[in-house]
Design a protein around this ligand. Structure first.
Ligand code: G6P
Length: 615
């Protein structure tokens, strides 16, 4: 993980780097640092803690002037978060400076070799090994920095996005990528380097995304040259026009990004089906599906791979695909799938779901499936991300940038895309009648408005949150389509409030969790009228007789659950299949309010990162 930013051009680099790091803090926030060339020397300031701590520290440590600089916000892998392990790292001579996102797997053997040649190390990081390796190559081979980086990287096993410069030649920054994202913003005689485009969006809309195994030498006044790291061949830069706006990555009056993103869901869902769901014509248009219809229709099965919240969206999709399109579906954690020698054939379709499009395990699962001949389809949010590029075809969720670490609008838009796909395939297979198909289109089109209505329970949910904020455990129960939502609700609470929570299929409660229930245990039960309602009511009764506190998520106008539950939160009526898009909303708000009441850092929960680019 980690976020990296760099600047080379006529402006002051420091404010661009600091603001950029703040936007990239979702990638890691346990330490931060900056290195600037101030016209005469290299100035480095770094610290354990957040970018705000770095600002305070650099205030005292450095002059903050210079128009070449690099900065880093860290999510620790090798070495605990402390000042010394923070990036940037400097080579033994003091000339070269580096920031790095990724892991150098063979760093230990490289380190021993460098130690035997007299190098010393201050930190426990793999990155300090890499910068000294580059320095060693530069000296031994008597080559320029770019060449030294290239030779060094060819000795490295692992993943990286790096930016390096030499204080003796500060008009040049060398960058490279393998497995970790890296974008270059192209301004007028200035260049911005960053893990994603958000740090430079107000300066330029022109960006180059480096591909894996590519490096670039960026020279002030002279431009950018991209080469393949392995064979040194030149690559033609492909400049993309960015669609992102500054407003999209700002809080816009909300206290937290998470809350803003929860409230953005009506728009995000609409943006996701716009142009695809054509109700009047009674069709669904998705180029990625149309172009590959045969692959889907001839598939023996669909395998869905994902991590975290995206995996929960995959579980919902399993129910939807099997129900509507009658195609067998298996859902796998990408991290398990890739390591367990799975049986994959050319008749399998693999769907990879990822908000960031950068999750290392999901990416590796895709590569594995491709190597076995499977057709791979991506459902990503970030345009141009590694997963979007690595898959044969795909469909974007148009959620807009999701910055809060706890995923919200990505989840509901993923379900929206997957529902559209299932409906389209069901129509092609003839497993849904044309009237049912129309009814589903109509209902899906009404979901944003119903999400809007669900958001109106916000104040009521805040009040419930206040009652339960101090408990140690929560249980979430749901059945059918809402079992994955129970998992997602529990995950949200764990992630941001650090309260232990478990999601369970309601009927499984009797096989274990029931032992935990007493008068101190709040149990969130998703009990919408359509989904096995009577069975859920029985489950609620079982909880009640053990004195558990029941928070019911119910359909508007519900009577039965209302009588039994301690609290109910109403959502509008919809089809069972679409209900996860609504039942999720109160669970997001519940976790949000509990975390805020507990004074937790909602947008940057401890130990987590938004984009997990390490395996
Ligand atoms: C991290 C994030 C989660 C996310 C998961 C998968 O754990 O904190 O919010 O669901 O990664 O990320 P992806 O970008 O692949 O959806």
């Amino acid at each position: 993980m980690c976020g990296i930013v760099g600047y080379i051009g006529p402006r002051e680099a420091y404010p661009i780097i600091i603001e950029g790091l703040k936007r990239l803090e979702y990638r890691g926030y346990d330490s931060a640092g900056v290195a600037l060339f101030d016209g005469t020397d290299l100035k480095v300031s770094k610290t354990k803690g957040k970018v705000a701590d770095l600002e305070k520290r650099s205030e005292q440590e450095i002059t903050k002037h210079g128009s070449v600089g690099i900065g880093h916000t860290r999510w620790a892998t090798h070495g605990v978060p402390n000042d010394v392990n923070s990036h940037p790292h400097i080579s033994n001579s003091g000339d070269l400076v580096i920031i790095h996102n990724g892991i150098i797997e063979n760093y230990e053997s490289l380190k021993q070799e460098l130690i035997s040649r007299g190098y010393t190390f201050k930190s426990d990081t793999d990155t300090e090994v890499l910068i000294n390796l580059i320095e060693d190559v530069k000296k031994q081979e008597k080559v320029k920095l770019g060449k030294a980086v290239q030779i060094a990287l060819n000795q490295v096993v692992g993943a990286y996005a790096i930016a390096v410069f030499d204080k003796n030649k500060p008009e040049e920054v060398v960058i490279a990528r393998l497995g970790s994202p890296l974008a270059v913003g192209i301004g007028e005689d200035e260049f911005f380097i960053a893990s994603d485009a958000s740090p430079f969006i107000e300066y330029t809309k022109d960006a180059i995304y480096l591909e894996d195994e590519e490096m670039a030498i960026i020279r002030f006044h002279k431009g950018i040259k991209i080469r393949k790291i392995k064979d040194d061949s030149l690559v033609d830069p492909y400049v993309q026009k960015l669609q992102m706006n500054l407003e999209e990555i700002e809080k816009g009056g909300f206290d937290h990004f998470m809350l803003k993103e929860i409230y953005e869901q009506p728009k995000a869902i609409t943006d996701t089906y716009r142009g695809r769901l054509l109700r009047e014509e009674a069709i669904i248009k998705m180029a990625g599906i149309e172009d590959n219809m045969k692959k889907f229709l001839n598939a023996d099965r669909i395998i869905i791979v994902a991590c975290g919240t995206s995996w929960h969206a995959g579980l919902v999709a399993e129910y939807i695909f099997e129900d509507l399109a009658r195609i067998p579906v298996e859902v796998e954690y990408a991290s398990e799938f890739r390591y367990r020698n799975p049986i994959i054939t050319e008749k399998d379709v693999l769907i990879a779901i990822s908000q960031s499009g950068e999750t290392a395990d999901t990416l590796a699962a895709i590569k594995l499936a491709k190597s076995k001949g499977a057709f791979v389809f991506g459902v990503c949010n970030v345009v141009g991300s590694s997963i979007a590029r690595e898959t044969h075809a795909g469909a974007y969720t148009h959620a807009g940038p999701e910055i809060g670490v706890a995923s919200t609008k990505a989840f509901t838009t993923q379900i929206t895309v997957l529902t559209l796909m299932a409906l389209r395939l069901a129509r092609a297979k003839g497993t849904i009648s044309s009237s049912d198909f129309r009814r589903h289109l109509l209902e899906l089109e009404m979901i944003p408005q119903k999400v809007e209505e669900s958001l109106k329970s916000d104040a009521h949910i805040k009040m419930i949150s206040d009652i339960y904020k101090d408990v140690g455990n929560f249980l979430y129960l749901g059945r059918g389509y809402n079992f994955p939502v129970a998992l997602e609700g529990a995950l949200k609470l764990k992630e941001i409030s650090y309260i232990h929570a478990e999601g369970y299929p309601a009927a499984e409660m009797k096989h274990g969790p029931i032992a935990l229930i007493d008068e101190n245990m709040p149990i969130v039960v998703i009990a919408t009228r359509k989904g096995h309602y009577e069975k859920i009511v029985s489950n609620i009764q079982e909880i009640k007789s053990r004195k558990g506190k029941i928070i019911g998520i119910v359909t508007k106008g519900d009577v039965q659950v209302k009588e039994l539950a301690d609290h109910v939160i109403e959502i509008p009526e919809t089809f069972e299949l679409l209900s996860p898009l609504l039942t999720t909303i109160p669970l997001q708000l519940l976790s949000y309010h509990i975390a805020v009441l507990l004074d937790k850092n909602v947008d940057q929960p401890r130990n987590l990162a938004k984009s997990v680019t390490v395996e």
